[in-house]
Design a protein around this ligand. Structure first.
Ligand code: GLN
Length: 384
């Protein structure tokens, strides 16, 4: 790894004129996107490859990133999906028998523009007080005025369908189980096609740990593109339909809300994150853009049905508006940080969803029980 003095200069500029100068730790080039921050201490690899970060420049609040390298087992998709990456300091050493490459080499290999050496605390305080902002990260243009102009011209997230950039074009049967490093019982990880309830997963940019968890529950899992219409989904004869996470604003993904609306009541449905927002929209609720969102592995959520608090992994910048819920939807989970909606249940049909990530990766496993709830719902609805 090059010494800090040998790393080329890089700059991050925000649309409001703030500019942060640092050093490049990734590929040469320039990217734009919404600048957000994640408070996880670990999980940078899962964050880099989570397709929900499409269109975003992610800042890690934890000050040193890269310490445990990059491991082939910890991918959440086929490669980085975000726009750019910001850290306080890239670790000079990587120490992990599971890793096969360093963070910097991985970023360069995949063309990710990334910066270190900026005051990430100042950047995060800026975004927290002023709200999420568009930005530009560059190693090729270091002129402040030019960068700020480019940040202002960046399209942002609102009103764009980013799902189509990360959703697959073909269906596949999923057989990869949880890696043995994340299995709660520590057992091996041979490919496995479950013989339990058949789940058709609508992939809007799905994190791979979700189908791994479903297979871990014994489910047979068929992953289909996010644009798959209802009749094609039903032709797979599913016992349940899963709605995945995914990037950007849920409102423009109208083809998915139409599909979901016609599936509600026909099959048990479980949605995570974007899937939760799309289910809520399909049933008549509204979504809105949050000031700076929830991203981290330490977000407290209360399950209102049990009163229990779970610490959750989250990544979202939009949310379901509690005041817009139709009578058919009830709030089941609340954020204890800001009282926003974290889960809903349909009163009239077997369908529920959460705004956070029970598949963890990275993050705590407190919410894994939601996969059990989905399994129980499918078993209950199955014809005798
Ligand atoms: N992880 C997700 O599915 C994110 C959902 C949506 N893109 C948001 O930012 O709110």
């Amino acid at each position: 790894m090059p010494a800090p003095s040998e790393k080329p200069p890089a700059k991050l500029a925000l649309e409001d004129g703030a500019v942060f100068a640092g050093r490049s730790i990734g590929a040469p080039g320039e990217c734009d996107g919404e600048v957000c921050f994640n408070t996880s201490m670990t999980g940078y690899q899962e964050i880099l490859t989570d397709p929900s970060y499409r269109g975003q420049i992610v800042t890690m609040t934890y000050p040193q990133i890269g310490n445990y390298g990059v491991c082939p087992d910890d991918m959440e998709s086929g490669g980085p999906k975000l726009s750019g990456f910001v850290v306080r300091e890239e670790s000079r050493v990587r120490s992990n028998f599971r890793s096969n490459t360093s963070l910097g080499d991985y970023l360069r290999e995949h063309g990710v523009v990334a910066i270190e050496g900026i005051d990430t605390r100042a950047l995060v305080r800026h975004i927290r007080s002023k709200g999420a902002m568009r930005g530009v990260l560059s190693t090729t243009d270091l002129d402040d005025a030019s960068l700020v102009a480019k940040a202002k011209a960046s399209p942002g997230l609102v009103g764009r369908d980013l799902v189509q950039e990360v959703s697959p074009t073909d269906s596949q049967v999923w057989s990869e189980p949880l890696s043995r490093w994340t299995r709660l019982d520590g057992s091996g990880a041979e490919p496995f096609e479950g013989d339990g309830p058949h789940v058709v997963a609508l992939d809007f940019g799905m994190k791979w740990n979700i189908p791994r968890c479903l297979v871990g529950q014994g489910c047979r899992v068929t992953v289909v593109p996010g644009k798959t219409p209802a009749d094609e989904i039903l032709a797979h004869k599913p016992d349940g339909v899963f709605l995945s996470n995914g990037p950007g604003d849920p409102e423009p993904v109208a083809y998915a809300t139409d599909t979901i609306r016609s599936l509600v009541g026909q099959k048990p449905i479980f949605g995570i994150c974007l899937g939760h927002q799309l289910l809520s929209l399909a049933l008549g609720a509204k979504t809105y853009k949050m000031k700076f969102g929830h991203r981290g592995a330490n977000q407290p959520v209360q399950d209102l049905s049990t009163g229990k608090v779970e610490i959750t992994s989250q990544n979202h910048g939009f949310a379901v508006d509690a005041d817009s819920l139709p009578d058919s939807l009830e709030v089941t989970h609340l954020s204890l940080n800001d009282q926003t909606v974290e889960g809903v249940n349909c009163r009239t049909a077997p369908a529920f969803s959460v705004q956070y990530h029970p598949e963890a990766s990275a993050g705590p496993h407190d919410s894994h029980y939601l996969f059990d709830r989905f399994l129980a719902m499918m078993r209950q609805q199955a014809p005798a």
